[in-house]
Write a protein that binds this ligand. Sequence first.
Ligand SMILES: *Cc1c(COP(=O)(O)O)cnc(C)c1O
Length: 434
Amino acid sequence: MTPLDYDRSFIWHPYASLKDPPPVRFARSASGVEIELVDGRRLVDAVSSWWCIAHGHNHPAIVEAIRRQSEKMCHVMFGGFTHEPAVALAEKLAAFAPAGLDRVFFADSGSISVEVAAKMAIQYHAALGHPERRRILALKGGYHGDTSLCMALSDPDGMHALFKGLMTSHLFADKPSCPFDGDWNPASARSLACVLDAHGHEIAAVICEPILQAANAMNLYHPAYLREMRRLCDETGALLIFDEIAAGLHRTGPRWAQDHASVTPDIMTVGKGLTGGHLTLAATLASARVADVISNGKPSAFMHGPTFMANPLACAAASASLDLFASGDYAANVKRIEAAFRRRLDTLRPLPNVVDVRILGAVAVVEVRRLPSQADLSDVIDAHNVWLRPFCNFIYAMPPLVSDERTIDRICFAIMDLASRPPDTTPIESDFHE
Ligand SMILES: *Cc1c(COP(=O)(O)O)cnc(C)c1O
């Protein structure tokens, strides 16, 4: 049995079946914007390996930080110990984050950091004598992870619909409909106001992906929506949680997606690009007020503690990654990426299968009525040597933030080729949606 045959028979891949699984490619190494396959071909990673490879694959500074740390200590429990990589990272992260979010909880994945954020909000209200405030208000079209609390906060009709009813029922407002670059329409926040009005007394927090609803909707919405959300939270006493796991760390241009609106939450999650995508690590950042209230409650302990909390290798990688963010002009390079996307992809608008083209920062989405066939997708990947991973009815790119214009052009030509292929009746096995 070849390794590939073994893989097909025994190993689950994300959102995939073990019966007739969709094809996988055998990766051997990766560097810069490219992934090298065992046959020697190199594919441009147009999706940054699910949006986390911020500075390119195997960045020498990050690899070196991991290597140096591995010689001293790969892991130690965070209960009862601390270490230099954790302290250094916490300081850097607080300095990089919006002012006021300097209390840090290190989690081992994005989903866990969201679970932690929700638990913080609930424990905060319990400490204030309001244990009845334990529901979270989320947005339709949102995505916050695959663990059960995260599923309960993601679009109820989206990818987790099979598990509907299994989780605590939380509350949802309509998907923000006002586009990022259109005129602000206050009506698009009406549903949010209505739910808060009806349920404010039982709501612990409002959570959203600021500006970019990624994995469920690939929706870019207006910054004024976030300002309205902040105002409504202040009015009703709900905490505000921004999930910056996908949109943060310059993905949409500025450091954080919330910077488009100049609004700061009470709690924020960061993951994906935190280590430059080299190891798994996420963090939940909270304001002093949130931390103080929880710490003065009963119990005063915050009740969460994963085995691999603040893993030293991951912290060292994240420290090196934040140093890179601080030393380069990422906002300017992301602007160049955005301009290069616009130049090419706006030409797709007239195609009959194209519904919309949305571009912001290093995010380009071509929404189609129907995806082309799996065969056409494979053909496009092989013809252009560009790795694309469309899902639902989105052909998109979220390339490494260091991509040059030549790389973006190559990605665009692949997307243009794919979007011009006929829509298929047996569409591509989709990542997130059935
Ligand atoms: C990917 C993602 C998560 C989940 O992160 P994992 O590391 O996959 O658990 C949560 N929220 C958002 C917005 C994401 O894009």
